[in-house]
Design a protein around this ligand. Sequence first.
Ligand code: NAD
Length: 280
Amino acid sequence: MEEGRLANKVAVITGGGNGIGRATALRFSEEGAAVVVADIQDDKAKETAEMILSTGGRAKHISVDVSSGSDNDEMADMAVAEFGGLDCLVTAAGISHANYVSGDIEPDIKNIVANRADYLERPGWEFVEGDIDSFDKVLNVNLRGTLLGMQSCVAKMLENETQGSIVTVASIAAKHPDAGPVSYTVSKAGVWMLTKKAARMLGPVGIRVNSIGPGFINTHMTAIIDLMDESETAAFNEMIPLGRRGEPIDIANAALFLCSDEASYFTGEILHPDGGFFTE
Ligand code: NAD
């Protein structure tokens, strides 16, 4: 008999190979959950699963591209086949721009500098000339990927009559247009609306659906902030009322709360662990 706030629960974590997803997988395991770690970077997913196994926890890893329906189905099947059910899903897989590769800073640098000077000279044209293929790529991973993961996992919950909990990972960008490019902000606004819609549709069967909208968290996704001048990085951090960027564990703890029975009356909500950066 496992102990902890997620004792005897089975959790699926997409994007579990790095950053927020990995921290969530480790935290959930500490609280007694068996974890399916899913990521497009299979070696990183395996590493996370091995970290859990080395502490005596239960974990399996699987290579998943969240934009693929069949990959998501295999992920949900694995939870049931290996651990006997599926109680929690956290959809942490995501990209901040079309060429994003977690752990590789070069595409981030190219993304930031691409045509920047040119567009400063030509206000408005950056919007008109936004690359639609890049837009589709980000929407496919962040929004379609979230929907497909939810559909595959909810199917298992319905089949097994499990009153599960789903946590999507949106961003302050869901509500704040300055927190990323068009594709990212629109995708995260979509994730937030998808969360609210799913909460309405699944409330009657007892499945709760909530979102987390993090501020700036220290993962590969924000590593570029530390490449700025030291004074610029310091000024950036000072914009945050708590004076620092968040850590992946800050988000993992929010996800833990939302998946635990302590949040049994929460659905259709979004939490913003952001150090006070974004106020509505
Ligand atoms: P990260 O790069 O450390 O982790 C993202 C993970 O998603 C990586 O393991 C990556 O391999 C995986 N991934 C990417 N595309 C995938 C795909 N198609 N299929 C499966 N896995 C895929 O970054 P992170 O900061 O931990 O990001 C996690 C989530 O948090 C993302 O959705 C991101 O948008 C969101 N978020 C991050 C921040 C931040 O400041 N770091 C802020 C707000 C929201």
